[in-house]
Design a binder for this molecule. Structure first.
Ligand code: AMP
Length: 393
């Protein structure tokens, strides 16, 4: 007999905000959650059934997690894929598959794979640069500006360096580890918009594509997501087709997010794939019938995928740690913001804040997007996360 949903034990590698939101959703089904995280006070710690304290690369701790659960998933991609492949061979269920994860972990391998399958990406070259001269030689065939990217480990723009002229090459090379890690050079895309598509794929290959959203980054960190994206229907169709094809060729199971660039001449290029729920998909909690987190659980547990209809248009604003503060975190302005109708505050409960650290988010829905944009400006002004310690520059 199949195990009923409420008897399932799900293991999550990572108890940050994404893991926490997954637990919150899964608890509605009565699922038992075990989380692996190095921090005893990670956001999920206060609500999880069991916490395994350990590093994301520790094979013994990952094995311990897998042995406690029916299914293992993860909230981010910088984890030990090799041990997950081994555990899968030993019969453990791990979704998305560790082989897919391995492909995605290396940006150059990821993009080579996409290119091979006819999915449009920016022009790039993987470089094994043992010296700055090696790097300069490859850069010769590119126009400035261009990006130097670390193939592994980057997030929120960490691991990227914008090279504006020949004078920047040296600093870029040093900043990204002097060739100790694999690097890639990528043409700069003068995009008109950054968009993303959250898409879910189940075990039988069935898929659900969420409404396209539009992302605004500052200092490489996502600040605002507008949903639905303000793009022509032709762009929307292209993006959705690309997302579906990407999921198919990757044989993805679970929720993925595909980040894309829209160019001036209406081209859509895939920039990056996250084999997991994503910050730009937080809007789905209140903005869609079934959230990305509930959908991910449905997909990995072989349950029917849920409806992805937009409830209302709106805006998601990331609550980043306020500049000038660190230490014990405190939310201010929450009461005022909640006076606005259709404003939802998510506070992740991280113990300490730091400038630009992701501490929570606010979702603002409206009967029309314009109304939501105005309310979001109001909410953004009053809600802040500060710390007990003031940083003196
Ligand atoms: P990534 O680490 O690839 O997700 O990049 C982080 C951010 O850097 C993206 O959201 C873009 O804003 C910017 N970016 C990355 N690659 C490029 C590119 N080839 N051209 C222009 N901007 C880029």
């Amino acid at each position: 007999m199949e195990t009923e949903v409420n008897q399932m034990k799900v293991g999550i590698i990572g108890g940050g905000q994404l893991g926490k939101m997954m637990v919150l959703e899964g608890k509605k089904f009565g699922i038992y959650f075990v989380v692996l995280d190095p921090n005893l006070d990670c956001p999920a710690a206060s609500i999880v059934d069991e916490l395994v304290v350990g590093d994301f690369y520790d094979p013994l701790k990952i094995k311990e997690l897998a042995e406690k659960c029916h299914v293992v998933t993860y909230e981010f991609e910088h984890i030990n894929a090799e041990i997950l492949i081994q555990l899968k061979t030993d019969g453990h269920k791990i979704y998305p598959s560790p082989e897919t994860l391995k492909k995605i972990q290396d940006k150059a391998i990821q993009k080579e794979f996409l290119r091979k399958h006819g999915i449009a990406v920016a022009n790039f070259t993987k470089v094994k640069a043992d010296s700055v001269e090696d790097l300069s030689e490859v850069i010769e065939s590119y126009e400035y500006p261009l990006l130097l990217k670390s193939c592994r480990g980057g997030y929120d723009g960490k691991g990227n360096y914008l090279i504006k002229s020949r004078d920047d090459i040296d600093t870029a090379y040093t900043t990204l580890g002097k060739g100790v890690w694999d690097l890639m050079i990528e043409e700069f895309v003068p995009f008109t918009k950054e968009i993303s598509v959250v898409v879910a794929r189940g075990h039988r290959g069935e898929m659900k594509v969420y409404p396209l959203c539009e992302n605004i980054h500052e200092d490489n960190i996502l600040r605002t997501t507008i949903f639905p994206a303000r793009v022509d229907s032709s762009i929307e169709e292209k993006a959705q087709r690309l997302a579906l094809k990407t999921m198919e060729v990757l044989e993805g199971i679970g929720v993925f997010c595909i980040e894309m660039f829209v160019t001036r001449d209406g081209e859509v290029l895939v920039n990056e794939i996250a084999p997991r729920t994503h910050n730009s998909g937080h809007y789905t909690i209140e903005g869609c019938t079934v959230s990305q987190f509930a959908q991910h659980i449905r997909a990995i547990l072989e349950l029917p995928l849920g409806d992805v209809k937009l409830v209302n248009p709106g805006v998601m604003i990331n609550l980043l740690g306020e500049a000038g503060y660190k230490g014990k975190a405190k939310l201010v302005g929450g009461r005022e913001a909640l006076e606005l109708p259709q404003v939802f505050i998510h506070y992740y409960g991280k113990t300490n804040t730091a400038p630009q650290r992701k501490m929570g988010h606010i979702t603002v829905l409206g009967d029309c997007l314009e109304e939501a944009l105005v309310k979001a400006e109001g909410a953004k002004k009053v809600v802040k996360v500060i710390g007990e310690e003031v940083i003196y520059e």
